[in-house]
Design a protein around this ligand. Structure first.
Ligand code: NAD
Ligand code: TYD
Length: 362
Protein backbone atom coordinates (compact mmCIF):
# COMPACT_ATOMS: atom_id res chain seq x y z
CA UNK A 1 0.00 0.00 0.00
CA UNK A 2 1.35 3.45 -0.89
CA UNK A 3 0.98 6.39 1.41
CA UNK A 4 -0.06 9.54 -0.40
CA UNK A 5 -0.34 12.23 2.22
CA UNK A 6 1.58 15.16 0.84
CA UNK A 7 0.63 17.68 -1.77
CA UNK A 8 -1.25 16.43 -4.82
CA UNK A 9 -2.02 18.21 -8.08
CA UNK A 10 -5.71 18.11 -8.97
CA UNK A 11 -6.91 19.26 -12.38
CA UNK A 12 -10.49 20.46 -12.83
CA UNK A 13 -10.92 20.88 -9.08
CA UNK A 14 -13.45 23.69 -9.47
CA UNK A 15 -15.86 21.47 -11.40
CA UNK A 16 -18.54 19.17 -10.02
CA UNK A 17 -16.60 16.03 -9.07
CA UNK A 18 -13.24 17.77 -8.72
CA UNK A 19 -14.50 20.25 -6.12
CA UNK A 20 -16.14 17.47 -4.09
CA UNK A 21 -12.84 15.57 -4.26
CA UNK A 22 -10.73 18.57 -3.19
CA UNK A 23 -13.06 19.27 -0.24
CA UNK A 24 -12.86 15.61 0.84
CA UNK A 25 -9.10 15.44 0.38
CA UNK A 26 -8.43 18.52 2.51
CA UNK A 27 -11.13 18.02 5.14
CA UNK A 28 -11.02 14.23 5.55
CA UNK A 29 -7.50 13.26 4.57
CA UNK A 30 -5.81 16.46 5.72
CA UNK A 31 -3.65 16.68 2.60
CA UNK A 32 -2.78 19.73 0.51
CA UNK A 33 -3.93 20.42 -3.04
CA UNK A 34 -2.63 22.47 -5.94
CA UNK A 35 -5.81 22.93 -7.95
CA UNK A 36 -5.34 23.69 -11.66
CA UNK A 37 -8.58 24.75 -13.31
CA UNK A 38 -9.33 27.01 -16.26
CA UNK A 39 -12.70 28.07 -14.80
CA UNK A 40 -14.62 27.38 -17.99
CA UNK A 41 -18.41 27.75 -17.84
CA UNK A 42 -18.41 24.51 -15.78
CA UNK A 43 -15.79 25.59 -13.25
CA UNK A 44 -16.92 27.57 -10.24
CA UNK A 45 -14.64 29.02 -7.58
CA UNK A 46 -17.68 29.28 -5.27
CA UNK A 47 -17.66 25.47 -4.95
CA UNK A 48 -14.45 25.90 -2.94
CA UNK A 49 -15.59 28.78 -0.75
CA UNK A 50 -15.28 26.60 2.38
CA UNK A 51 -11.51 26.51 1.77
CA UNK A 52 -11.01 30.26 1.73
CA UNK A 53 -7.93 31.17 3.76
CA UNK A 54 -6.91 27.48 4.08
CA UNK A 55 -3.20 27.28 3.26
CA UNK A 56 -3.61 23.63 2.20
CA UNK A 57 -5.46 24.77 -0.94
CA UNK A 58 -3.64 26.60 -3.72
CA UNK A 59 -5.91 27.53 -6.61
CA UNK A 60 -4.25 28.17 -9.98
CA UNK A 61 -6.39 29.45 -12.84
CA UNK A 62 -4.87 27.92 -15.94
CA UNK A 63 -5.12 25.50 -18.82
CA UNK A 64 -4.05 21.84 -18.76
CA UNK A 65 -2.95 22.34 -22.40
CA UNK A 66 -0.33 24.86 -21.21
CA UNK A 67 2.76 22.62 -20.98
CA UNK A 68 4.95 25.31 -19.46
CA UNK A 69 2.48 26.06 -16.68
CA UNK A 70 2.03 22.35 -15.90
CA UNK A 71 5.81 21.83 -15.79
CA UNK A 72 6.27 24.82 -13.48
CA UNK A 73 3.56 23.60 -11.10
CA UNK A 74 5.06 20.12 -10.96
CA UNK A 75 8.61 21.26 -10.38
CA UNK A 76 7.65 23.96 -7.86
CA UNK A 77 5.18 21.98 -5.72
CA UNK A 78 6.55 18.47 -6.27
CA UNK A 79 3.21 16.68 -5.86
CA UNK A 80 3.08 12.99 -4.94
CA UNK A 81 0.17 12.41 -7.31
CA UNK A 82 -1.80 13.98 -10.13
CA UNK A 83 -5.55 13.40 -10.03
CA UNK A 84 -6.89 14.41 -13.41
CA UNK A 85 -10.53 15.48 -13.60
CA UNK A 86 -10.35 18.47 -15.98
CA UNK A 87 -12.47 17.86 -19.06
CA UNK A 88 -15.30 19.01 -21.22
CA UNK A 89 -17.94 16.73 -19.79
CA UNK A 90 -21.39 17.32 -21.32
CA UNK A 91 -22.52 14.98 -24.12
CA UNK A 92 -25.03 17.46 -25.60
CA UNK A 93 -22.35 20.14 -25.88
CA UNK A 94 -20.01 17.63 -27.54
CA UNK A 95 -22.62 17.15 -30.25
CA UNK A 96 -22.78 20.90 -30.90
CA UNK A 97 -19.08 21.70 -30.48
CA UNK A 98 -16.83 18.59 -30.61
CA UNK A 99 -13.57 20.51 -31.21
CA UNK A 100 -13.42 21.76 -27.62
CA UNK A 101 -13.58 18.12 -26.45
CA UNK A 102 -10.63 17.08 -28.60
CA UNK A 103 -8.59 20.01 -27.31
CA UNK A 104 -9.22 19.63 -23.58
CA UNK A 105 -9.81 15.92 -23.22
CA UNK A 106 -7.24 14.61 -25.69
CA UNK A 107 -4.62 17.35 -26.06
CA UNK A 108 -4.96 18.35 -22.38
CA UNK A 109 -4.53 14.80 -21.10
CA UNK A 110 -1.57 14.27 -23.43
CA UNK A 111 0.06 17.47 -22.12
CA UNK A 112 -0.33 16.34 -18.51
CA UNK A 113 1.00 12.85 -19.23
CA UNK A 114 3.98 14.24 -21.11
CA UNK A 115 4.87 16.68 -18.32
CA UNK A 116 4.36 13.96 -15.68
CA UNK A 117 6.71 11.71 -17.65
CA UNK A 118 9.41 14.39 -17.49
CA UNK A 119 8.78 15.25 -13.83
CA UNK A 120 8.60 11.72 -12.40
CA UNK A 121 12.31 10.80 -12.93
CA UNK A 122 13.35 13.97 -11.04
CA UNK A 123 11.87 12.51 -7.83
CA UNK A 124 14.02 10.49 -5.43
CA UNK A 125 13.66 6.70 -5.44
CA UNK A 126 11.01 6.56 -2.69
CA UNK A 127 9.01 9.42 -4.19
CA UNK A 128 9.13 7.75 -7.59
CA UNK A 129 7.78 4.59 -6.03
CA UNK A 130 4.74 6.28 -4.47
CA UNK A 131 4.00 8.73 -7.30
CA UNK A 132 0.71 8.14 -9.17
CA UNK A 133 -1.05 9.66 -12.17
CA UNK A 134 -4.76 8.93 -11.71
CA UNK A 135 -6.80 9.47 -14.85
CA UNK A 136 -10.52 9.92 -14.16
CA UNK A 137 -12.77 8.60 -16.91
CA UNK A 138 -16.27 7.47 -17.69
CA UNK A 139 -18.31 4.36 -18.45
CA UNK A 140 -19.44 6.04 -21.69
CA UNK A 141 -16.24 4.82 -23.43
CA UNK A 142 -17.81 1.33 -23.50
CA UNK A 143 -20.77 2.37 -25.66
CA UNK A 144 -24.36 1.26 -25.22
CA UNK A 145 -25.87 -1.93 -23.71
CA UNK A 146 -28.97 -3.83 -24.69
CA UNK A 147 -31.52 -4.63 -21.95
CA UNK A 148 -30.08 -8.09 -21.24
CA UNK A 149 -26.38 -7.43 -21.81
CA UNK A 150 -23.91 -7.96 -18.98
CA UNK A 151 -22.71 -4.78 -17.26
CA UNK A 152 -19.45 -3.11 -18.38
CA UNK A 153 -16.36 -4.69 -16.84
CA UNK A 154 -12.73 -3.62 -17.10
CA UNK A 155 -12.27 -5.92 -20.12
CA UNK A 156 -15.29 -4.70 -22.10
CA UNK A 157 -14.13 -3.45 -25.52
CA UNK A 158 -14.24 0.30 -26.06
CA UNK A 159 -17.03 1.48 -28.38
CA UNK A 160 -17.55 5.21 -27.77
CA UNK A 161 -20.61 6.69 -29.50
CA UNK A 162 -20.63 10.43 -28.77
CA UNK A 163 -17.82 12.92 -29.43
CA UNK A 164 -17.53 13.25 -25.63
CA UNK A 165 -17.10 9.49 -25.20
CA UNK A 166 -14.68 9.33 -28.15
CA UNK A 167 -12.50 12.06 -26.67
CA UNK A 168 -12.47 10.36 -23.25
CA UNK A 169 -11.64 7.01 -24.90
CA UNK A 170 -8.72 8.62 -26.73
CA UNK A 171 -7.45 10.10 -23.46
CA UNK A 172 -7.77 6.69 -21.75
CA UNK A 173 -5.68 5.14 -24.51
CA UNK A 174 -2.95 7.75 -24.03
CA UNK A 175 -2.94 7.16 -20.27
CA UNK A 176 -2.63 3.42 -20.83
CA UNK A 177 0.13 3.91 -23.42
CA UNK A 178 2.19 6.07 -21.05
CA UNK A 179 2.17 3.23 -18.54
CA UNK A 180 3.07 0.55 -21.07
CA UNK A 181 5.64 2.55 -23.01
CA UNK A 182 7.26 4.72 -20.36
CA UNK A 183 6.30 2.86 -17.13
CA UNK A 184 4.66 6.06 -15.83
CA UNK A 185 2.68 4.87 -12.76
CA UNK A 186 -0.78 5.44 -14.19
CA UNK A 187 -4.08 4.38 -12.62
CA UNK A 188 -7.41 4.66 -14.43
CA UNK A 189 -11.01 4.79 -13.26
CA UNK A 190 -14.18 4.55 -15.35
CA UNK A 191 -17.26 5.66 -13.48
CA UNK A 192 -20.99 5.82 -14.15
CA UNK A 193 -23.20 8.93 -13.90
CA UNK A 194 -22.56 11.02 -10.80
CA UNK A 195 -25.04 13.24 -8.98
CA UNK A 196 -24.91 15.40 -5.86
CA UNK A 197 -23.91 18.90 -4.68
CA UNK A 198 -22.19 21.35 -7.06
CA UNK A 199 -23.27 19.71 -10.32
CA UNK A 200 -23.77 22.29 -13.05
CA UNK A 201 -27.50 22.46 -13.88
CA UNK A 202 -27.12 21.45 -17.53
CA UNK A 203 -27.02 17.76 -16.48
CA UNK A 204 -30.19 15.73 -16.00
CA UNK A 205 -30.64 15.72 -12.22
CA UNK A 206 -29.89 19.36 -11.29
CA UNK A 207 -31.67 20.63 -14.43
CA UNK A 208 -34.83 18.75 -13.49
CA UNK A 209 -34.67 19.83 -9.83
CA UNK A 210 -34.42 23.52 -10.75
CA UNK A 211 -37.07 23.37 -13.47
CA UNK A 212 -39.43 21.47 -11.16
CA UNK A 213 -38.90 24.02 -8.42
CA UNK A 214 -39.79 26.87 -10.78
CA UNK A 215 -42.68 25.11 -12.51
CA UNK A 216 -40.90 24.96 -15.88
CA UNK A 217 -41.23 22.09 -18.41
CA UNK A 218 -39.14 18.98 -17.66
CA UNK A 219 -37.60 18.01 -21.04
CA UNK A 220 -37.23 14.22 -21.22
CA UNK A 221 -35.37 13.07 -24.35
CA UNK A 222 -37.07 10.47 -26.56
CA UNK A 223 -39.21 7.92 -24.71
CA UNK A 224 -37.42 8.47 -21.37
CA UNK A 225 -36.52 4.77 -21.17
CA UNK A 226 -32.75 5.20 -21.45
CA UNK A 227 -31.02 3.69 -18.45
CA UNK A 228 -28.10 5.10 -16.49
CA UNK A 229 -26.30 3.81 -13.41
CA UNK A 230 -26.15 6.54 -10.75
CA UNK A 231 -23.51 7.09 -8.07
CA UNK A 232 -23.51 9.77 -5.36
CA UNK A 233 -20.50 12.02 -6.01
CA UNK A 234 -18.96 11.61 -2.53
CA UNK A 235 -18.92 7.83 -3.02
CA UNK A 236 -17.10 8.35 -6.33
CA UNK A 237 -14.52 10.57 -4.61
CA UNK A 238 -13.99 7.93 -1.91
CA UNK A 239 -13.49 5.32 -4.65
CA UNK A 240 -10.85 7.50 -6.33
CA UNK A 241 -9.03 7.88 -3.00
CA UNK A 242 -9.15 4.11 -2.57
CA UNK A 243 -7.67 3.51 -6.03
CA UNK A 244 -4.99 6.11 -5.37
CA UNK A 245 -4.01 4.41 -2.12
CA UNK A 246 -4.32 0.76 -3.07
CA UNK A 247 -4.80 0.42 -6.83
CA UNK A 248 -2.33 -1.64 -8.85
CA UNK A 249 -0.29 0.56 -11.17
CA UNK A 250 -1.26 0.20 -14.83
CA UNK A 251 -4.71 -1.12 -13.95
CA UNK A 252 -8.13 0.31 -14.55
CA UNK A 253 -11.07 0.15 -12.10
CA UNK A 254 -14.75 0.49 -12.95
CA UNK A 255 -16.79 2.44 -10.40
CA UNK A 256 -20.56 2.46 -10.15
CA UNK A 257 -23.54 2.72 -7.84
CA UNK A 258 -25.18 -0.65 -8.62
CA UNK A 259 -28.22 1.50 -9.25
CA UNK A 260 -29.64 1.37 -12.76
CA UNK A 261 -32.54 3.76 -13.30
CA UNK A 262 -34.69 4.70 -16.25
CA UNK A 263 -34.58 8.47 -16.93
CA UNK A 264 -38.33 8.79 -16.59
CA UNK A 265 -38.24 7.14 -13.16
CA UNK A 266 -35.50 9.52 -12.06
CA UNK A 267 -37.52 12.53 -13.19
CA UNK A 268 -40.72 11.23 -11.55
CA UNK A 269 -38.88 10.73 -8.26
CA UNK A 270 -37.43 14.25 -8.44
CA UNK A 271 -40.97 15.61 -9.03
CA UNK A 272 -42.26 13.79 -5.95
CA UNK A 273 -39.38 14.98 -3.78
CA UNK A 274 -39.78 18.62 -4.87
CA UNK A 275 -43.57 18.37 -4.32
CA UNK A 276 -42.89 17.07 -0.82
CA UNK A 277 -40.15 19.55 0.12
CA UNK A 278 -41.49 22.64 -1.70
CA UNK A 279 -45.23 22.19 -2.31
CA UNK A 280 -46.66 24.93 -4.51
CA UNK A 281 -50.38 25.24 -5.15
CA UNK A 282 -49.96 27.34 -8.29
CA UNK A 283 -47.57 24.83 -9.87
CA UNK A 284 -49.44 21.75 -8.62
CA UNK A 285 -48.07 18.24 -9.17
CA UNK A 286 -44.64 18.49 -10.79
CA UNK A 287 -45.07 15.24 -12.76
CA UNK A 288 -47.43 17.21 -15.01
CA UNK A 289 -44.48 19.32 -16.14
CA UNK A 290 -42.82 16.35 -17.86
CA UNK A 291 -42.48 17.03 -21.59
CA UNK A 292 -41.11 14.47 -24.04
CA UNK A 293 -38.79 16.21 -26.50
CA UNK A 294 -36.79 15.21 -29.58
CA UNK A 295 -34.10 12.73 -28.65
CA UNK A 296 -30.35 13.35 -28.43
CA UNK A 297 -28.69 12.11 -31.66
CA UNK A 298 -26.92 8.77 -31.08
CA UNK A 299 -28.39 8.57 -27.56
CA UNK A 300 -26.89 5.53 -25.76
CA UNK A 301 -29.68 3.30 -24.48
CA UNK A 302 -28.21 1.75 -21.37
CA UNK A 303 -25.12 1.93 -19.17
CA UNK A 304 -24.40 -0.48 -16.32
CA UNK A 305 -21.22 -1.08 -14.34
CA UNK A 306 -19.84 -4.29 -12.93
CA UNK A 307 -18.06 -3.20 -9.73
CA UNK A 308 -16.75 -6.65 -8.81
CA UNK A 309 -13.10 -5.75 -9.24
CA UNK A 310 -12.92 -2.59 -7.09
CA UNK A 311 -15.10 -4.28 -4.51
CA UNK A 312 -13.13 -7.55 -4.28
CA UNK A 313 -9.62 -6.23 -4.79
CA UNK A 314 -9.77 -2.86 -3.02
CA UNK A 315 -12.76 -3.28 -0.71
CA UNK A 316 -14.71 -0.24 -2.00
CA UNK A 317 -18.47 -0.13 -2.30
CA UNK A 318 -21.01 2.69 -2.47
CA UNK A 319 -22.43 3.80 0.87
CA UNK A 320 -25.56 5.64 -0.24
CA UNK A 321 -28.63 4.22 -1.99
CA UNK A 322 -29.99 6.20 -4.93
CA UNK A 323 -33.13 6.99 -2.94
CA UNK A 324 -31.18 8.54 -0.05
CA UNK A 325 -28.64 10.23 -2.31
CA UNK A 326 -31.34 11.82 -4.44
CA UNK A 327 -33.22 13.11 -1.37
CA UNK A 328 -29.97 14.62 -0.07
CA UNK A 329 -29.25 16.17 -3.48
CA UNK A 330 -32.71 17.71 -3.90
CA UNK A 331 -32.47 19.13 -0.36
CA UNK A 332 -29.04 20.62 -1.19
CA UNK A 333 -30.24 22.40 -4.35
CA UNK A 334 -33.30 23.78 -2.58
CA UNK A 335 -30.97 25.55 -0.12
CA UNK A 336 -28.59 27.05 -2.72
CA UNK A 337 -30.34 30.15 -4.00
CA UNK A 338 -27.19 32.28 -4.31
CA UNK A 339 -25.12 29.48 -5.90
CA UNK A 340 -27.87 28.83 -8.45
CA UNK A 341 -28.32 32.52 -9.25
CA UNK A 342 -24.58 32.87 -9.86
CA UNK A 343 -24.18 29.82 -12.13
CA UNK A 344 -27.15 30.74 -14.27
CA UNK A 345 -25.29 33.50 -16.08
CA UNK A 346 -25.75 34.70 -19.65
CA UNK A 347 -23.64 31.81 -20.94
CA UNK A 348 -25.89 29.31 -19.16
CA UNK A 349 -29.02 30.90 -20.59
CA UNK A 350 -27.51 30.81 -24.09
CA UNK A 351 -26.90 27.06 -23.74
CA UNK A 352 -30.42 26.35 -22.49
CA UNK A 353 -31.83 28.31 -25.43
CA UNK A 354 -29.56 26.50 -27.91
CA UNK A 355 -30.25 23.00 -26.58
CA UNK A 356 -33.97 23.16 -25.86
CA UNK A 357 -35.59 25.90 -27.95
CA UNK A 358 -35.15 24.06 -31.22
CA UNK A 359 -35.91 20.66 -29.71
CA UNK A 360 -39.61 20.35 -30.48
CA UNK A 361 -41.88 18.36 -28.18
CA UNK A 362 -42.99 14.86 -29.19
P1 NAD B 1 -17.33 19.38 -14.94
O1 NAD B 1 -17.67 19.75 -16.34
O2 NAD B 1 -18.29 19.70 -13.86
O3 NAD B 1 -15.94 20.06 -14.53
C1 NAD B 1 -14.84 20.10 -15.39
C2 NAD B 1 -13.82 21.06 -14.78
O4 NAD B 1 -12.67 21.08 -15.65
C3 NAD B 1 -14.32 22.50 -14.68
O5 NAD B 1 -13.99 23.05 -13.43
C4 NAD B 1 -13.57 23.23 -15.80
O6 NAD B 1 -13.33 24.60 -15.51
C5 NAD B 1 -12.28 22.43 -15.85
N1 NAD B 1 -11.62 22.53 -17.17
C6 NAD B 1 -12.18 22.37 -18.39
N2 NAD B 1 -11.27 22.56 -19.35
C7 NAD B 1 -10.08 22.82 -18.71
C8 NAD B 1 -8.76 23.07 -19.17
N3 NAD B 1 -8.46 23.11 -20.47
N4 NAD B 1 -7.80 23.27 -18.24
C9 NAD B 1 -8.08 23.25 -16.92
N5 NAD B 1 -9.33 23.02 -16.44
C10 NAD B 1 -10.30 22.81 -17.33
O7 NAD B 1 -16.99 17.83 -14.97
P2 NAD B 1 -17.29 16.70 -13.89
O8 NAD B 1 -18.68 16.22 -14.07
O9 NAD B 1 -16.84 17.17 -12.57
O10 NAD B 1 -16.33 15.54 -14.43
C11 NAD B 1 -14.97 15.47 -13.98
C12 NAD B 1 -14.30 14.29 -14.66
O11 NAD B 1 -14.98 13.10 -14.34
C13 NAD B 1 -14.28 14.39 -16.19
O12 NAD B 1 -13.05 13.92 -16.64
C14 NAD B 1 -15.41 13.46 -16.62
O13 NAD B 1 -15.16 12.91 -17.88
C15 NAD B 1 -15.36 12.41 -15.53
N6 NAD B 1 -16.64 11.74 -15.23
C16 NAD B 1 -17.76 12.47 -14.99
C17 NAD B 1 -18.96 11.80 -14.67
C18 NAD B 1 -20.22 12.57 -14.35
O14 NAD B 1 -21.28 11.96 -14.21
N7 NAD B 1 -20.19 13.88 -14.22
C19 NAD B 1 -18.98 10.41 -14.62
C20 NAD B 1 -17.80 9.70 -14.88
C21 NAD B 1 -16.64 10.38 -15.17
P1 TYD C 1 -26.72 13.64 -18.70
O1 TYD C 1 -26.93 14.14 -17.29
O2 TYD C 1 -26.45 14.65 -19.76
O3 TYD C 1 -25.58 12.54 -18.63
P2 TYD C 1 -25.05 11.50 -19.78
O4 TYD C 1 -25.58 11.87 -21.08
O5 TYD C 1 -23.57 11.73 -19.69
O6 TYD C 1 -25.49 10.15 -19.32
O7 TYD C 1 -28.01 12.82 -19.12
C1 TYD C 1 -28.44 11.69 -18.39
C2 TYD C 1 -29.59 11.07 -19.15
O8 TYD C 1 -30.68 12.00 -19.15
C3 TYD C 1 -29.26 10.81 -20.62
O9 TYD C 1 -29.89 9.59 -21.00
C4 TYD C 1 -29.88 11.97 -21.36
C5 TYD C 1 -31.09 12.33 -20.49
N1 TYD C 1 -31.49 13.76 -20.50
C6 TYD C 1 -32.81 14.11 -20.74
O10 TYD C 1 -33.69 13.25 -20.99
N2 TYD C 1 -33.15 15.44 -20.73
C7 TYD C 1 -32.24 16.43 -20.49
O11 TYD C 1 -32.61 17.62 -20.51
C8 TYD C 1 -30.88 16.04 -20.21
C9 TYD C 1 -29.84 17.08 -19.93
C10 TYD C 1 -30.55 14.69 -20.22
Amino acid sequence: MTSIRKTILVTGGAGFIGSNFVLQWINNVGGAVVNLDLLTYAGNAENLEALEGDSRHLFVKGDICDAELVATLLHTHRPSAIVHFAAESHVDRSIVEPGAFVRTNVQGTFTLLEQAKRYWPTLDAHEQQVFRFLHVSTDEVYGSLGPNDAAFSEVTAYAPNSPYAASKAASDHFARAYYHTYALPVLMTNCSNNYGPFQFPEKLIPLMILNALEGKPLPVYGDGKNVRDWLFVEDHCAAIRTVLERGVVGECYNIGGNSEQMNLDVVNTICDLVDEMRPNRTIGERRKLITFVVDRPGHDRRYAIDTTRINRELGWKPTLTFKDGLRKTVAWYLEQEAWIRNVRTGAYKDWIRKNYQERSTL
